[in-house]
Design a binder for this molecule. Sequence first.
Ligand code: AMP
Length: 477
Amino acid sequence: MTFENLKLLPQILTSLKAKGYTVPTPIQQKAISVILEGRDILGSAQTGTGKTAAFALPILQKLFESKANQRKGIKTLILAPTRELAQQISDSFRDYGRGLHLKHTVIYGGVSQRPQTDALRSGVDIVIATPGRLLDLINQGYVRLNTIEFFVLDEVDRMLDMGFITDIKKIIHDLPAKKQTIFFSATMPNEIKKISDSLLQHPVMVQVNPGLSAATTVKQQVYFIDKGSKKDLLNHFLAKEVKSHVLVFTRTKRGADKLVKSLIADGVKAEAIHGDKSQGTRQRALGAFKKRTVSMLVATDVASRGLDITDISHVINFDLPEDAETYVHRIGRTGRAGASGIAISFCSQDERGLLRDIQKLAKNNIEIVPTPKFERSPSHFEQRHPQRHEPGHESRFEPRNDQRRESRHKSGHGQRRESRQEYGNEPGREPRHHRSGNNSNQSQPRTNSSEDEKKFFPKKKRWNNTWKKKSNNSFGS
Ligand code: AMP
């Protein structure tokens, strides 16, 4: 099938040619003609599948064709969960709609509202918005939605996760009853089902399988590693195989900041983006990453959907995501539009349940790779108190018990550890992060990955509990 077969306007075909698109993606093949016919859509497709063009092209075409006999006001509203996604959708409307003379604007929080209200006052056909700021501007009287003809809700499940559901319901309340609705959500929890039932009229179901689309172009690997050693393993990859344009995901904002601080201290050009950063900082970080002045972007899941950056060579899941769908979104940032990419996940003991769910969705396409030998950094304690580990050093806080001290020296405790030692190269010496005592997999050459998995995830409950208690310190939650 070609774009010409979809009966798109010559102006749109010219824009698509300029973008270098030759054939419609599966979601475009399914959705474009359905929207042109005026039907509602209930869809499940990820960013990365060409979903934006699937709804933008037919909406642009219909707006253009009915332009002459339209009254004034906003005709299309698109709601997206994040500022980045809203901005990207806006950029797509700009690119696809060249020569159609339709006006669009993007509305999101974290920046001054002045340019947004100025744009609204001058009159726009299309508004792309995040729910919070839009509702704010509706309440201030800058936006009226009574002329809406097309309503797109993108990544509704994500909006639910982000706590936007009440805002969305209020916005829907302001929309006219007669409109064409396009509704995208990867999952359908009850709350979302209720909204879609009330909004959509005999919708056509459109689905592009997320698991398969990610698996085909992205090589997926997982390494079992304890929490405290993840940064050292990341350093190992940076030194050995991963050179630039790496997107790293952490679970928490604090974790992202902490990791970036530590990477910068190691001389890596890294930036963090997450919900606590101002929109300006996020855009600057993204811009620097796109221009390659920054080689590593560390993000929370605010960036996992919608980010359209070409040529990301590696996605590294420093922490596994809370749900399997998010994993697919994250790794979909590499291997975009048919290119190949590598997704590396670090899985610690407490994340093994998450990995199981992810493997299920990824149809066991994630290869378990033996953890390589790598150097470990000194702990904070060792950095701050190197003298406490010198042979013969006697701290004034240590119990004055000769016998006990002697036994500590015999067992190897209290001896100075090398500030950077080859992880796993010193039989008999227990690295700090294997306090559980089960470190035999590190001190001997590794043979196969299932052995790795077995050793890393022993069945003994007692051991699990000890491990959990002791490793509950890194990166918070
Ligand atoms: P999206 O899922 O809309 O975020 O699109 C993902 C990426 O695919 C974007 O970089 C688009 O520019 C690109 N894209 C969309 N449709 C096509 C197509 N038919 N052919 C090639 N690339 C496309």
